[in-house]
Design a protein around this ligand. Structure first.
Ligand code: ZN
Length: 482
């Protein structure tokens, strides 16, 4: 992005105004508070569910803690437990998904008027700490060593959440009121399904643009691939493997593993077809691909296998998505290829494979000329971390907001491709500070300063001693499922 070649406007300048300089200094001065906030968040065990019915952990306590802080900073908060029907029917949602004990949170810092609204979104769930015995320190007792904050979720993405929350708190404490609304939203279930953000969208969370401070190492991520996971079950017919078999039309055995190889050849050809058609090219993303991930066939060592199951992970590019943004077009294509391969085999023609589709996540792309892109690039440079516009091969909740009309980028502290989901996960403390600074500057520039800024805005007492896991001060606005 040749920012230098573009005319510098107030919002894309890499120079700071006096009040932006004041924000930067205030965040740097209160560094320990930001580390304490990130540490408090890490201390809540919010390990993601693996199965629908895995019980909730400390998600509700974490949301309550954040809601109390944000209310103290002057935001209007809403903590609610989504009803299953809020997300039912989406291609993303597993059947029977419920949210007991997993509330979502929004906090709105009301703008004066006339400005654009900005969403800061983060997921509070973290991946398992296993293999636990390999950690140097307790993953839920965060500690700083050599300038890095260690603990599960420090990088993915409680560090990012701490930075976005702290950015909002500092703006409020300095009395810097914005023209547009600043909306903070923290959700569950990103690591498992993406349904927390989906529930937030169903609840009405939207803005003129959004930033998800995932650990992008200060790159501005504007695109991600969608993914599909079909299970293809290929039928055969059992029979004694040591005995000669008559033709299948005369009742003989059919080897499901042999038949499955016809289908896996077809899937490989489909991927080649994508390459040849050039539809899997994108300036910021890896190509789409079709990867066989599991195979299971057969029942007994001396029997013809009666069925064989093939599992795939398919990643596709935004340009391959259906008009509604989801993977319907790619699903149809896969089904056609499998059926066409089956037509070439008499047994499969009469006994076609079946295809089941697991819940999916959509591809998404934000237009490079959306104002939030250049504003965030400039804010990051102004905070000392010039980055680039790029895509992310890992999926993130930003896609859900983008698809629902809030163009949402990924931008945040820590290098997630190295530090996320690992033993001894950490985030550099300097990155937390820089992210909070860049996010605060981006908010001021995107939402615009209120014309009455610094006059009648009332500075709010800042929270200096957050109480981990405490419900102190939290008059709950938990709506409950309805
Ligand atoms: Zn994440």
């Amino acid at each position: 992005m040749g920012l230098n070649r573009e005319p510098l406007s107030a919002t894309t300048s890499t120079n700071l105004t006096d009040s932006e300089r004041q924000i930067m200094d205030e965040i740097a001065r209160r560094r320990d508070e930001l580390v304490a906030l990130a540490s408090d968040l890490i201390a809540f065990d919010t390990t993601a569910r693996e199965h629908n019915d895995d019980p909730a952990r400390e998600e509700a306590a974490l949301q309550k803690y954040l809601a109390a802080r944000l209310r103290a900073a002057g935001a209007e908060t809403d903590v609610w437990e989504p009803a299953p029907e809020d997300v039912a029917g989406s291609p993303m949602t597993p059947r029977g998904l419920r949210f007991e004990g997993r509330p979502q949170l929004t906090a709105r810092f009301a703008g004066a008027e006339g400005g654009q609204s900005l969403l800061f979104n983060g997921h509070i769930d973290v991946v398992t700490v296993e293999p636990r015995e390999q950690w140097t320190s307790d993953p839920f007792r965060p500690e700083v060593r050599d300038g890095n904050l260690y603990g599960r979720g420090s990088c993915d993405m409680k560090g990012g959440i701490a930075s976005m929350v702290f950015a909002a708190e500092v703006l409020a404490s300095l009395g810097m009121r914005l023209a547009g609304d600043l909306i903070i939203c923290t959700v569950t279930d990103e690591e498992s399904t993406g349904c927390g953000a989906l529930a937030a969208v169903a609840h009405g969370v939207r803005a003129d643009a959004g930033i998800v401070p995932e650990s992008t190492d200060f790159e501005v991520k504007i695109a991600c691939r969608g993914s599909l996971m079909p299970t293809i079950t290929v039928p055969g017919r059992s029979g004694h493997a040591g005995c000669p078999q008559p033709h299948w039309r005369e009742g003989g055995a059919v080897n499901a593993i042999d038949k499955a190889s016809l289908i896996s050849d077809a899937m490989r050809r489909l991927e080649t077809d994508w390459r040849q058609r050039g539809i899997d090219h994108h300036p910021y993303l890896s190509p789409g691909d079709i990867v066989p991930t599991m195979i299971a066939g057969g029942e007994w060592m001396v029997s013809y296998p009666a069925s064989c199951r093939l599992d795939y992970h398919i990643a596709y590019l935004p340009g391959q998505a259906a008009p509604d943004g989801w993977g319907g077009r790619v699903r149809n294509e896969v089904e056609e290829w499998v059926m066409r391969a089956s037509q070439a085999d008499p047994w499969l023609m009469e006994n076609p494979p079946t295809i089941e589709w697991a819940p999916e996540v959509p591809a998404a792309a934000v237009a490079p000329d959306e104002p939030i892109v250049s504003i965030t690039m400039a804010a990051s440079t102004a905070a000392g971390r010039p980055g680039r516009v790029w895509g992310t091969d890992g999926w993130f909740d930003g896609a859900t907001f983008t698809l629902s009309g809030t163009p949402t980028i990924g931008f945040g502290p820590g290098n997630g491709s190295v530090l996320a989901h690992v033993v001894d996960e950490y985030i550099p403390v300097d990155d937390l500070i820089t992210a909070a600074q860049a996010l605060a500057i981006a908010a001021v520039r995107f939402c615009g300063p209120a014309s009455d800024a610094h006059s009648d805005a009332v500075p709010v007492d800042r929270v200096t001693s957050p109480l981990s896991g405490s419900s102190k001060g939290a008059h709950s606005s938990l709506a409950g499922s309805s």
